[in-house]
Design a protein around this ligand. Structure first.
Ligand SMILES: Cc1cc2nc3c(=O)[nH]c(=O)nc-3n(C[C@H](O)[C@H](O)[C@H](O)COP(=O)(O)OP(=O)(O)OC[C@H]3O[C@@H](n4cnc5c(N)ncnc54)[C@H](O)[C@@H]3O)c2cc1C
Length: 511
């Protein structure tokens, strides 16, 4: 009996959702057309701490958050309901803390308990923040996003690899990822994201970084394996990781480096065959010099005369970010090489500060968040100016409304058009959806970073997202508020329509 009741109520809910969906103008290209030239009001429903910054002095004409019907036009009600529920639960701090505790506890060694926890995660956080378990499921997500005017950046969820065997496996997965884009609508995937830590053993990245730092400080110190690259240090870059002259690479290490370069080349070439570009993620300062070295080596090898094929990442929370992006860009210009950068704020703040603190040296991270914001906006403005004048590429990877708004206004001033292929706004799947749709509706190219992979493997990524979204003032506050508003609007529209139908039926019966 209970089963039957459950079944019936589930059917009723599904049918209500289906009908409420019908109350939404579900085709988003329509929405885009409606608002591309339109302008905009500011964020009256968004939380104050978010809206005040976005409005700016002269008012904002990029985002329209007032009209949630247009904003979420491409999102079916079931998906909207799931997203709103997940983000609202993620905002309850004690709940997230408890989940994190459970995930890290010994209870996870009990098979049945683990199965239940993983199952729960699969249908909540995983479904919200992860694009799929494999390339097939992720392809479906790509198609759905593409139909709503948003492109994908495929991010196979693999973290640090320890040896050549795990690097080979990761390279195979990345190659498969690149190949999978060939069966997707052309242009629906702009980039494959690559973590160099998946292609080169971490011990070697540390060794290379040490050697590169020492070479930078001591011009007589030579690195026989070093090939042509772009500047990776400024004078203010952190050098405290390398306190004494490192031993040169031995034969085995040189072989491992060659293997890592071959893996990166294979991944790049497969991606380019599919007309997809590569963006290389930034990681922590202990290994970032080696990541930059390999990124710029690949950029020199593969960037075409008019468009960069390999993008590096600049973390604006670093004090040296502004200097480095300028130096690297100038050096690339001298070589007639179009440079491509993704600009992020940076994800390793606590560990960087802890390391600097433990060594008794100044932190490489900006002392205040305002300095990080200012640095992000300066780097973005610099690159927007550059790409407005010459070939190059820029991915503005941020959930920060103020940064996105400032950059979008500048892009308009410089007339960097959607079709130029030079600029992309990017956010993580399941985050900053309102901003993504508002930028899309305002006519800007937008992409979602789409992490994918089996639940177990993607867990470290999910734990980071849980941390990032917890607390009522977290960056998902705007999404939660606007999603709830839209759900209420759809419910109201559904019941109004029902009532009208009911009255019409009653009238016709009376007549
Ligand atoms: C598409 C995409 C790709 C990404 N790729 C990478 C990558 O390759 N490498 C990487 O490291 N990160 C990456 N990130 C994560 C990114 O670095 C940020 O952690 C995340 O996006 C939050 O920053 P935000 O720009 O969205 O701004 P906001 O939402 O405004 O975030 C502000 C956050 O900045 C941090 N912060 C930075 N500097 C300071 C400071 N001085 N004092 C206090 N807080 C500070 C705080 O954690 C704060 O919560 C990526 C993000 C996206 C959206």
């Amino acid at each position: 009996m209970a089963m039957i009741k459950k079944d019936v109520s589930f059917k009723l809910l599904r049918s209500a959702v289906h009908r409420v969906n019908a109350a939404s103008p579900s085709r988003c290209h329509q929405a885009q057309r409606a608002t591309t030239n339109a302008t905009t009001t500011i964020v009256s429903q968004a939380p104050q701490h978010l809206t005040a910054a976005v409005a700016g002095k002269d008012g904002d004409n990029i985002f329209n958050f007032d009209d949630t019907k247009t904003l979420f036009a491409s999102v079916p009600t079931g998906k909207l309901l799931h997203s709103a529920a997940t983000l609202n639960v993620a905002a309850v701090e004690p709940m997230v803390d408890l989940s994190l505790w459970v995930m890290n506890s010994k209870l996870m060694y009990v098979p049945l308990f683990k199965k239940v926890v993983m199952g729960t995660i699969k249908y909540t956080a995983y479904d919200h923040f992860v694009a799929g378990g494999d390339t097939v499921e992720t392809g479906q997500t790509v198609r759905r996003l593409w139909n709503s005017g948003v492109r994908g950046m495929l991010d196979y969820g693999v973290e640090h690899a320890v040896d050549n065997e795990s690097c080979d496996k990761a390279a195979q997965h990345l190659i498969k990822t690149a190949e999978s884009t060939q069966s997707l609508p052309p242009s629906s995937v702009g980039f494959v994201a690559v973590k160099v830590t998946a292609l080169c053993p971490v011990y070697l990245l540390k060794r290379l970084s040490d050697l590169l730092r020492w070479e930078h400080k001591n011009s007589s110190f030579k690195l026989p394996w070093k090939q042509q690259t772009l500047p990776i240090f400024s004078e203010t870059s952190p050098f405290y990781h390398t306190l004494q002259q490192p031993a040169p690479l031995n034969g085995e290490e040189e072989d491992d480096l060659e293997l890592a370069q071959k893996r990166l080349m294979k991944v790049c070439e497969k991606a380019f065959e599919a007309n997809v570009r590569i963006v290389i993620d930034a990681e922590d300062t202990a290994i970032q010099p080696a990541i930059d070295y390999l990124t710029y080596w690949a950029a020199i090898k593969y960037n075409e005369s008019q468009r960069p094929m390999v993008y590096g990442t600049i973390q604006a929370f670093m004090k040296d970010a502004g200097e480095r992006i300028t130096m690297t860009k100038i050096a690339a210009d001298k070589m007639n090489l179009p440079a491509g950068f993704k600009i992020v704020r940076g994800a390793y703040m606590s560990s960087e500060r802890e390391l600097a603190n433990s060594l008794g040296v100044e932190s490489p991270i900006h002392d205040t968040i305002e300095n990080t914001h200012a640095c992000y906006n300066r780097c973005a403005a610099f690159m927007l100016d550059q790409i407005s004048k010459r070939p190059g590429g820029l991915i503005l990877a941020t959930h920060n409304l103020n940064s996105a708004s400032l950059a979008a206004k500048k892009a308009r001033e410089y007339a960097i058009g959607k079709d130029s292929g030079k600029l992309e706004f990017a956010s993580l799947y399941g985050m900053a959806d309102a901003m993504t749709f508002a930028l899309r509706n305002a006519g800007f190219p937008v992409s979602k970073y789409l992490p994918f992979g089996p639940v177990d493997q993607i867990m470290p990524y999910l734990l980071r997202r849980a941390e990032e979204n917890k607390g009522m003032l977290s960056s998902s506050a705007l999404d939660r508020k606007l999603m709830m508003k839209e759900l209420k609007r759809r419910m109201k529209a559904y019941f109004t329509e029902k009532e009208t139908q009911h009255k019409a039926r009653a009238n016709s019966m009376a007549n």
